[in-house]
Design a protein around this ligand. Structure first.
Ligand code: DC
Length: 230
């Protein structure tokens, strides 16, 4: 049976990572959360004081990029987690603070070049499900299966809000909605690798369906592609 590359792109909080992870588990493929890489670089910049409420010192971040080493390692349950210079930062990269600053960091071409290089290295042998914003357009334009996920901003913000509340964060729905809307704007308007649907991507909108139902649709698509049926 042939091994393929699966690219899952789309807006934030559309359930991309849930579907991508499940798909990778089911197919016994490698799952790569490319957003986690941009988040880890943002966490690094925050910790180094390169980002404040009013300022983002891009030049300093570019200069220190070589000091950032990222790696995915599986935890005891087999779940892949991101490590920043050897430290597991899977939880620390999911805060609203990181979410608020990640999109500007992801506009920096030098950051993108570094991370895309790493994504190529991880996915070069196929058998990978990678989710992000530019996977089907820039990272793996020849991916055999490309999915583009979408949902209304309100529904996405509500899902994210519930997740953050569950983690114990104290935030309002409006704050989450503002963050989702602002990230959408930056991600779709940036000059380098903006979020766009690849011409050959299959669009899936889950404003009104649940992510579980969608998983089965996407799994079937993957099986068909692997078998060369479509
Ligand atoms: O998928 P996520 O919400 O964890 O992604 C965090 C941010 O990283 C998102 O706002 C845009 C950026 N990103 C990107 O520019 N390119 C990718 N391939 C993945 C994420």
């Amino acid at each position: 049976m042939r091994t393929i590359t699966i690219a899952i792109d789309g807006y934030s909080s559309t359930g991309k990572s849930t579907v991508a992870r499940q798909l990778a588990d089911w197919l016994d493929y490698l799952y790569v959360d490319s957003g986690a890489m941009y988040r880890a670089v943002t966490l690094f910049a925050l910790r180094k004081g390169l980002i404040s409420e009013t300022d983002f010192n891009k030049e300093a971040l570019i200069e220190t990029l070589s000091a950032i080493e990222l790696e995915f390692r599986k935890n005891s349950e087999g779940k892949s987690e991101i490590h920043l210079n050897g430290e597991n930062v899977e939880k620390q990269i999911r805060t609203l603070e990181v979410s608020e600053h990640v999109s500007p960091v992801a506009t920096v071409p030098e950051v993108r070049r570094k991370l895309v290089k790493l994504q190529h290295a991880i996915g070069e042998n196929k058998g990978v499900v990678m989710d992000g914003r530019d996977i089907g357009t820039v990272v793996f334009p020849n991916a055999e299966l490309k999915i583009f996920m979408n949902a209304s901003a309100k529904v996405r913000a509500q899902r994210r809000y519930e997740e953050l509340l569950e983690r114990g964060d104290s935030i309002t729905f409006q704050e989450v909605l503002d963050n989702v809307t602002e990230r959408d704007h930056i991600d779709t308007h940036r000059e380098d690798s903006p979020l766009v649907k690849a011409k050959d991507a299959i669009e899936i909108d889950n404003t009104e369906t649940n992510i579980e139902d969608q998983f089965h649709i996407i799994l079937q698509l993957a099986k068909d592609r692997i078998a060369g049926r479509i």
